[in-house]
Design a protein around this ligand. Structure first.
Ligand code: SAM
Ligand code: SF4
Length: 509
């Protein structure tokens, strides 16, 4: 059981969503592509890149997989249930393929990277397996399947950022967009499969990010969310390729690190990225400023921040620009220092609390949200209580909360027993969720009577008489539709009341 309090970076309502684009004039070969996505915002953003690559090579998208020539599923491996969901969905495609034997079925993303060609053995209907760094190869791989072969490309790259591919975003509301600023992850959190499935961390050239955000603004978008597994370690060194930047400095990574740790029994604490910025580098704080300067009318959000890397410079950049939203997603995972060490998060409880204090003092009123894992290997009741007490201190606005799910191949799976019974993990999760609900409600109640600047995103989920948008602090705000304002515009809303997750008010300008 995972509990999500919704945030757009992992939007439960979008899981399994199909991506639809308008055909590219003059390119359409009549072949139909169906692509659906699971997991985090990064995957949804990647599907847009895949669709751009394939529409360029003549495909047009369809919302009906039964009539598609190529069916792609962009997968997530983060927890076991995410993978199970994909396996279940593949059964639907098997039935469709019986009726349409020429259909090509491809698996993309993290599960493809994790299982590689094993996928072809385990799921007989799958024809193509493509990892997150190999999407440019998709047209060739599909050609190979058309020639009667199965095709796999799961090569990870140190350079690929798809910087030159302008993703098409026709499924979106034309107001909010996700922009990837980096790929991969060099941290080695012991529970996490991402470093194995998404490869080495690499940052995208800043000018291409600014150009994409400017283009979005000119097309009417009013909010961009800069995406990366650890945005605070964004670093661009001019005049050097990303490859030369990392040579000689990077720590061991992925399976290499795992092998070293297992062979030597070394303490792994501190392994992972060693984030340093030198003069002349473009840091995340610099990038934020560059994007914020596009227009004061463009809101900037970002996700995810890592507690070990978020600097005061980032907080001061946020303070300097009104259009950088005062909201930080800062996953803690656990409130206990021993557990954090086993997780190899490379910070302890005190460090995290210090970051919370820095946020509160530099950016008073800034909202902070988090991720929590319950029942990690050997976690005691007292250690679980430490997570609850940390939550009492930080009073997060909202949280993603998960039971620990052992992932094959990770450091934790190799080194530690997954020894907390499911019912204990689940009971601890319920306690964490109850605590979070209390805090979310408390936070929202304090906003009743205040005025919030809201970017209108569209009708509220419940009624076309109401608009819905988000405040600077990322809280959903609902208010009556009016004649003088429309989606894509900012309004000031006086908050009259709240539910546990929504502010309700009236427009006052
Ligand atoms: N890069 C982000 C960070 O470091 O916070 C998080 C990326 S991960 C896709 C999102 C969240 O999934 C993590 O913060 C963690 O709480 C959760 N997660 C990752 N691996 C997990 C596992 N094996 N079991 C349960 N939750 C997990
Ligand atoms: Fe996974 Fe840790 Fe990287 Fe986040 S920072 S993606 S949790 S390894």
């Amino acid at each position: 059981m995972d509990i999500l309090i919704p945030d757009k970076t992992h939007d439960e309502s979008r899981q399994g969503e199909a991506l639809l684009l308008e055909p590219v004039a003059g390119k359409n070969s009549g072949r139909k592509l169906y692509i659906e996505s699971y997991g985090c915002a990064m995957n949804f953003s990647d599907s847009e890149i895949v669709a751009s690559i394939l529409t360029e090579s003549g495909f047009e998208t369809t919302a009906d997989y039964a009539v598609a020539d190529v069916v792609l599923i962009n997968t997530c491996s983060i927890r076991e249930n995410a993978e199970q969901r994909v396996r279940v969905r593949l059964r639907d495609f098997t039935i469709a393929k019986v009726k349409n034997p020429g259909m090509v079925v491809g698996v993309l993303g993290c599960m493809a990277e994790r299982l590689k060609s094993k996928f072809l053995e385990e799921e007989k209907l799958v024809d193509v397996v493509v990892g997150p760094d190999a999407y440019r190869d998709l047209p060739n791989l599909i050609d190979r399947v058309d020639d009667g072969q199965k095709a796999v490309n799961v090569l990870l790259s140190r350079e690929e950022t798809y910087a030159d591919i302008n993703p098409v975003r026709l499924n979106s509301n034309g107001i909010n967009a996700f922009v990837s600023i980096m790929r991969g992850c060099d941290n080695m959190c012991s529970f996490c499969v991402v470093p194995f499935t998404r490869g080495r961390e690499r940052s995208r050239e800043p000018q291409s990010i600014v150009a994409e955000c400017t283009d979005l603004f000119n097309k009417g978008y009013r909010e961009v969310t800069l995406l990366g597994q650890n945005v605070d370690s964004y670093k661009w060194r001019p005049e050097e390729s990303q490859k030369s930047k990392v040579e000689g400095q990077k720590p061991l990574f992925g399976m290499d690190l795992l092998d070293k740790v297992l062979a030597t029994g070394e303490d792994l604490t501190g392994e992972g990225s060693h984030f340093t910025i030198e003069e002349g580098d473009v840091s995340f704080a610099d990038l934020l400023e560059m994007v914020a300067q596009i227009s004061p009318e463009l809101r900037i959000r970002f996700s995810t921040s890592h507690p070990k890397d978020i600097t005061d410079d980032v907080l001061y950049a946020m303070k300097k620009y009104d259009n950088i939203c005062k909201y930080i997603h800062l996953p803690v995972q656990s409130g206990n220092s021993r557990v954090l060490k086993l997780m190899n998060r490379t910070y302890d409880r005190e460090w995290y609390l210090n970051r919370i204090d820095a946020i509160n003092s530099i950016l008073p009123g800034c909202a902070v949200s988090t991720d929590v894992i319950t029942g990690f290997c050997s976690e005691t009741e007292e250690e679980h209580e430490d997570t609850l007490s940390l939550m009492d201190y930080a009073k997060f606005y909202f949280a993603y909360m998960f039971m620990y799910s052992e992932r094959p191949g990770t450091l934790a799976a190799k080194r530690y027993a997954d020894d907390i019974p499911d019912q204990v993990k689940s009971r601890r999760l319920k306690e964490v969720v109850a605590k979070q609900q209390e805090h979310s409600h408390e936070r929202l109640k304090k906003l009743v009577g205040t005025t919030q600047k809201v970017l209108i995103e569209g009708f509220s989920k419940k009624s076309t008489n109401d608009y819905s948008g988000r405040s600077d602090q990322n809280t959903v705000v609902v208010f009556p539709v009016g004649e003088t304002y429309k989606p894509g515009e900012y309004v000031n809303v006086l908050i009259d009341r709240c539910t546990t997750a929504t502010l309700i008010g009236t427009v006052i300008n």
